[in-house]
Design a protein around this ligand. Structure first.
Ligand code: GDP
Ligand code: IMO
Ligand code: MG
Length: 445
């Protein structure tokens, strides 16, 4: 039995969807704990592509319970569309469950998100415009609408009348936007409520029961470590906690119930939206990574910024999340390169720094220090074991494992479920120590 958290170790889009789907084969329950429809997780199986925003990436397995947990924010319109799209592709949603205490994204959240971004001008965050920040802001302010509010018709009417009148003042007076008609919104959301009602449960209780029955539970992170509200590159972050600790809070499980944390990282780095990105390449390398990696946002279609692997943020992700093994994805994207660079440290005001600087202004002007490794210049998409990989690719992986000080459990060499090398099964395999007995980091062999 193992309860495993899968988290993004960079700025999101690391391939969490692919890795979660892969591991879901051994999972009884898959839980999304935070984030909302800002997430876009891609799963490719036998040539068919599934893009998931809120529904856990375990949904393709008919016997796996998929839970949208309490710490998520739910846009009912998008969720219902996602359910319909899956059904149309022949995927059952009979085992989908929605937490009654998750918060609900309302039309005014989307409007305020977009209008606030416009107002920020050059200080904009580059949000997905899906109303995520304002929904979490209402949760913190304690004016949010929860799924259980949607389920109580009379209560919802009263709550929405008050809230929409309050939000209308903000829409009109601050953002110069048209006000919303409470009755129209109430009618729309009552309709959503009826459609969602069969899925709604006490999710923390269901997860606890699964723990008691010693089932395998996977916690699927959304976004990534550097987008974490508390530990990311604030203010260029999302409004939830994508780090491993966030999975416990969002799902409502205690930390003692977690056996393992898997960090998913691309073999290079990408970022969508604004904010500092030390290893970003705006030249040829960035273009090659973007083209070969098809680096366009799953949710917004925006071009992702690309650059070399950054081991400083990698080590930071290992530390902040307690990662015990890594899944390295998109190694095949580097196939053509003659040389591959890895950022091993930063130079800040003439000083060499091996640790992520939490001071945002230091991070914004740090200079990456690179180590250059030879490329393999051949296709690796067909490789299914470490022995199949060219020596240079294996050396590259070993170098990453040594820098990050954790073993690599999975290597992904293409978008499909089968284009994967499993070095060690993170669910059934033995949990390895972070460091060998003599204190040296464990690396892949
Ligand atoms: P997530 O948000 O972390 O689930 O990642 P996304 O799905 O947004 O972005 C990852 C993209 O890379 C998707 O288009 C995947 O199909 C694709 N992908 C995942 N793993 C690999 C891989 O090993 N190689 C290649 N070429 N593409 C991959
Ligand atoms: P997945 O789960 C990559 C980024 C946005 C923006 C910032 C804030 O697919 O990895 P928000 O709409 O959350 O207020 O935007 O966070 N962002 C993501 N970037 N992958 C994601 O999700 C993201 N979700 C949000 O681009 O910079
Ligand atoms: Mg994504």
């Amino acid at each position: 039995m193992a309860n495993v958290i899968v988290i993004g170790a960079q700025w999101g889009d690391e391939g969490k969807g692919k890795i979660t789907d892969l591991l879901s084969r051994s999972a009884d329950v898959v839980v999304r704990s935070q984030g909302g429809v800002n997430a876009g997780h891609t799963v490719v199986v036998q040539g068919q592509t599934f893009k998931l925003h809120l529904i856990p990436s375990g949904i393709l397995y008919p016997n796996t319970d998929c839970i949208i947990g309490s710490g998520t924010v739910i846009d009912p319109q998008v969720l219902l569309q996602e359910i319909e799209q899956l059904k149309a592709l022949g995927v059952s949603v009979d085992k989908l469950f929605i937490s009654q205490t998750a918060h609900v994204t309302m039309p005014y959240h989307r409007m305020i998100d977009r209008a606030a971004e416009e107002r920020r001008g050059e200080y904009k965050i580059g949000t997905t415009g899906r109303g995520i920040g304002p929904t979490y802001a209402d949760k913190s302010e304690r004016t949010g609408i929860r799924v259980l509010d949607l389920m109580d018709v009379e209560h919802l009417r009263k709550q929405l009348e008050w809230t929409i009148n309050y939000k209308n003042v903000i829409l009109e007076k601050i953002y110069n936007l048209p006000s919303l008609d409470p009755n129209t919104v109430i009618t729309e959301y009552l309709e959503y409520a009826e459609q969602l009602r069969p899925f709604v449960i006490d999710s923390a209780l269901k997860i606890y029961e699964a723990v008691r029955e010693r089932k395998n539970i996977l916690f699927e992170g959304a976004q990534g470590t550097l987008l974490d509200l508390d530990h990311g590159t604030y203010p260029y972050v999302t409004s939830s906690n994508p780090i491993a600790g966030g999975a416990c809070v969002g799902a409502g499980v205690g930390p003692t119930m977690i056996d393992r944390v898997i960090g998913v990282a691309k073999a290079y780095t990408t970022r969508v939206g604004e904010g500092p990105f030390p290893t970003e390449s705006t030249g040829e390398v960035g273009k090659l990574l973007c083209d070969r990696g098809a680096e366009f946002g799953t949710t917004t279609g925006r071009r992702r910024r690309c650059g070399w692997f950054d081991a400083v943020i990698g080590r930071y992700a290992v530390r902040i999340n307690g990662i015990d093994c890594l899944a390295i994805t998109k190694l095949d994207v580097l196939d053509e390169l003659e040389e591959i660079k890895v950022c091993v440290a930063y130079q800040i005001d003439g000083q060499i720094r091996h640790h992520f600087p939490t001071n945002a202004s230091h991070f914004a002007h740090c200079e990456p220090m690179y180590k250059t490794l030879p490329g393999w210049q051949q296709s690796i998409s067909h490789c299914r074991s470490l022995e199949d990989l060219p020596k240079q690719a294996l050396d590259y992986l070993k170098f990453l494992a040594e820098l990050m000080e954790v073993p690599i459990a999975i290597v992904s060499v293409g978008p499909s479920r089968d284009q994967t090398i499993i070095v060690e099964d993170p669910i059934h395999g033995p949990k390895r120590a972070l460091l060998d007995a003599d204190g040296t980091p464990v690396t892949i062999t």
